[in-house]
Design a protein around this ligand. Structure first.
Ligand code: FAQ
Length: 311
């Protein structure tokens, strides 16, 4: 019986049919989707913190409006993705618990500090740029609710990327101090943005199975190469230098060769030892605890309303 269901499931995947919440699916398919989708949701929520740091200090009203809208979009993406994950039979409370206890991961990139205004530009340009490269193929992923969520998310990420690049463009064409600030932000965010796309294919434990299930449509290394090839000309255009002395156009491959990524740094950050891991978790857990009275009040109100209805 199970063998038959598995066979039908594999055939549906081969036909590029979407798998929907009430369809039969292998337990491992369900689990790995809960893992990736919830970690994606957590990344959006934790990802609000580095930029939230600059909302009150944006240099103009126009910049503030754009940054506020971007951070609100990230909250929306997080909630949207949590809802999509819940269709796999896990509760929102369980997902929060996994984040707060450190059991579930969130993207390494959000454990770096945002120390100047140019970091808002670098995040939009590079971090959202890398996120789009990773998420456009996910619009075609096999699980229906995830694929549909990605379509809307990608449209919004595209606005985020442009607002970031525009900040960098303005700074790079500004005073020498402003240009220096933009270059410094690029220097600090470049390598972590490359790491964000995940470990190299030879050590990526989930890629093989996730590609078979069409959860992932492109490998980590392919996405990283695509990101580099797309971003280098953008840096050239605004006169900034990618901080990689080994970066070189390879005529034969029609791609850029690039230097060694510091994978020790990546794993340190993933294991909780990055510059801001503790601060990020403290902020999330603190927000959850401070919101307890609101949740309690809402529950008490709902119960009273129900009681009145029953009388
Ligand atoms: N950070 O076998 P793989 C955004 C973990 S975009 C931390 O290659 P997989 C938008 C991985 O979970 C950012 N951990 O794993 C935004 C696994 O550990 P596990 C979020 C990482 O899943 C922009 C282990 O290493 N985007 O938020 C990272 O096949 C600006 C082995 O790795 C997504 O989540 C990392 N960078 O490939 C918001 C996209 N990389 O789970 C605010 C969806 C890997 O077994 C501001 N996710 N690990 O404990 C994906 O596409 C995939 O999950 C990858 C990883 C590509 C991230």
């Amino acid at each position: 019986q199970i063998k038959n269901l598995e066979k039908q499931f594999e055939e549906r995947i081969a036909r590029d049919e979407k798998i929907e919440p009430k369809d039969w699916m292998p337990e491992k398919y369900r689990k790995t989707h809960i893992r990736q989708m919830s970690q994606h949701a957590h990344s959006e929520i934790v990802g609000m913190l580095p930029e939230g740091n600059w909302i009150t200090r944006a240099p103009s009203l126009r910049r503030k409006v754009a940054l506020l809208a971007k951070v609100q979009d990230e909250a929306g993406h997080g909630l949207y993705l949590y809802s999509a994950t819940e269709t796999l039979g896990v509760s929102r409370d369980e997902l929060y618990e996994q984040l707060h206890s450190g059991k579930a991961k969130y993207s390494s990139i959000f454990n770096y500090p945002t120390i100047t205004w140019a970091d808002m530009g670098a995040i939009g340009w590079l971090v959202d740029g890398a996120a789009i490269i990773n998420q456009v193929p996910l619009c075609n992923t096999s699980y229906g609710p995830y694929a549909r969520a990605m379509i809307r998310v990608c449209k919004e990420e595209s606005f985020h990327q442009r607002q970031g690049y525009e900040i960098m463009m303005k700074l790079a064409n500004g005073t020498p101090e402003q240009k220096e600030m933009a270059q410094d932000a690029l220097n600090r965010w470049w390598w972590p943005s490359l790491m964000m796309l995940g470990p190299t294919d030879d050590v990526s434990v989930h890629t093989e199975q996730s590609m078979k299930w069409k959860l992932k449509r492109k490998s980590n290394d392919d996405l990283r190469q695509q990101f580099i090839d797309q971003t280098v000309p953008q840096a050239d255009l605004i006169g900034l230098t990618i901080p990689d002395p080994d970066l070189k156009w390879n005529e034969e491959r029609q791609s850029y060769d690039f230097g060694e990524i510091d994978w020790d740094e990546f794993w340190q950050v993933v294991k909780g030892h990055g510059p801001c891991n503790k601060e990020r978790m403290k902020a999330r857990v603190g927000a959850w605890e401070r919101g307890e009275w609101v949740r309690d009040a809402a529950m008490a109100h709902a119960e009273k309303k129900q009681e009145r209805k029953e009388k």
